[in-house]
Ligand binder design. Structure first.
Ligand code: ADP
Length: 403
């Protein structure tokens, strides 16, 4: 008995560590023949769609079986399945419920049989059978051992199935993700040339035109420039995704980078009546970064702070050193971010407000680009907010330059 317990534990470990269905099925039937000391063991799994059992594995055939259907009525396995109990049979071929087709197909003549239901959380998921005990008849102890193997097998098969489903879902997700980035790459590339032509001619037109025509040309130019910055955003995102972004790192003074980013938004903030408080260290603080890329990070964050803060709101920028890293904190008194969205906003194309009802414009790429850039610098970026209408704080942590 102690030996058998050890064997059962061993079986359980193997069952739990095998995630591929085919080897798992073979292991179960081989183990059942060894433990019961019989000639053959087989598995029939219930197929929900067909409402039938399918003969799925046999210890005498390592080939993939053609999944022979076994009816629920008029078969021994069907009886075990429906009545959810072990069945002993002394002479299978004489039993009126015997379903001969399977034996014929795998060239096996059954004589004695012990079958048990495979249970998963009280639900019968299939039937495990041992056939032709080598010495004497199947016993109650055999039924007990086979039931233990059957339940463990049911759980292991379910895990393997879930694992396959997750793997398939993941593969599908990767495929869709690739389509998306290919689309972004193609679209941003193909838009660039015609956009260049529009920008060029609109510029000529603006220079030559007078009166009303000049203001029309101006509108074309402004819109084309806006379109170009959207295309650039898509291109940047794509470069970050494929990891081909070229970093020109050098010890750079963070105060200067922030000042340049601030320049970009100061007039819009002013127009909205917002105050921007800037609190930077007195001594130049050098960070080891690509300054143009990091300027982009700060300008995206500041741009958002201005856009998502109502007129008259407050924005603050604060930089300090903590644990030998340069921390920058950009805080606003704007619309805030629900807790559940704090991580998601860094995903590509993610916007808290629905695309269709948006009041704020944008493509949902600004933070994804910021995160991509910070990540390639081995820095950290995250958002904090007390919730809706409670304002937001974005943190960027960058490595301090050592020399
Ligand atoms: P977009 O340019 O479309 O705004 P971003 O990637 O810059 O894209 O931002 C993603 C989303 O994160 C925004 O649409 C908004 O819902 C939220 N968000 C970003 N910054 C702020 C902020 N300062 N306050 C409130 N919500 C913000």
């Amino acid at each position: 008995m102690v030996n058998q317990l050890a064997r059962l534990t061993e079986i359980s470990v193997t069952l739990n560590s095998t995630l591929e269905i085919k080897p798992l099925l073979q292991f179960i039937v081989q183990t059942a023949t060894q433990v019961l000391d019989c000639e053959e063991a087989s598995i029939m799994l219930y197929d929900e769609q067909r409402g039938e059992l399918l003969f799925t594995a046999s210890s005498n055939s390592t080939e993939e079986l053609a999944q022979i259907p076994v009816p629920l009525e008029g078969s021994i396995a069907g009886t075990i399945f429906r009545e959810n109990r072990a069945i002993f049979i002394a002479d299978v071929e004489k039993d009126p419920r015997h379903f001969a087709q399977v034996g014929e197909q795998i060239n096996f003549r059954p004589k004695t049989l012990l079958g048990v239901p495979m249970l998963m959380r009280d639900k019968v998921t299939g039937v495990l059978e041992g056939l032709n005990k080598r010495n004497g008849a199947f016993t109650q102890k055999d039924a007990y051992l086979l039931s233990i193997i059957a339940s463990q097998a049911a759980v292991a098969l379910n895990n393997a199935r879930l694992h396959t489903e997750i793997q398939n879902a993941y593969d599908e997700l990767s495929r869709v993700d690739k389509i998306k980035s290919d689309f972004m790459a193609i679209a941003s590339h193909e838009l660039r040339t015609p956009l260049g032509v529009i920008l060029g001619y609109a510029t000529f037109l603006k220079e030559d035109a007078q009166g009303e025509l000049s203001s029309h040309a101006d509108m074309v130019l402004t819109s084309a420039l806006k379109l170009r910055s959207l295309v650039e955003e898509m291109t940047n995102m794509n470069l970050l995704r494929v990891g081909t972004v070229d970093l020109q790192k050098s010890p750079s003074i963070i105060q200067q980078i922030i000042a340049r980013a601030y320049e970009e938004i100061s007039s819009t903030a002013k127009a909205k009546g917002q105050t921007v408080a800037v609190d930077l260290p007195k001594q130049p603080l050098r960070v080891l970064v690509d300054p143009a890329k990091i300027e982009r990070v700060f300008s995206n964050l500041l741009n958002n702070a201005v856009r998502f803060t109502p007129n008259g709101g407050k924005i603050s920028i604060k930089t300090f050193v903590k644990n030998n890293e340069a921390w920058t904190q950009i805080n606003d008194t704007g619309i805030g971010i629900p807790t559940a969205e704090l991580k998601k906003i860094f995903q590509e194309f993610y916007q808290v407000e629905d695309h269709m009802t948006r009041r704020f414009g944008g493509m949902g790429l600004g933070l994804a680009i910021a995160k991509g850039i910070v990540d390639t610098h081995e820095g950290r970026i995250w958002a904090e907010s007390e919730g809706v209408r409670m304002g937001s704080t974005f943190y960027v942590v960058l490595p301090v330059a050592t020399q």
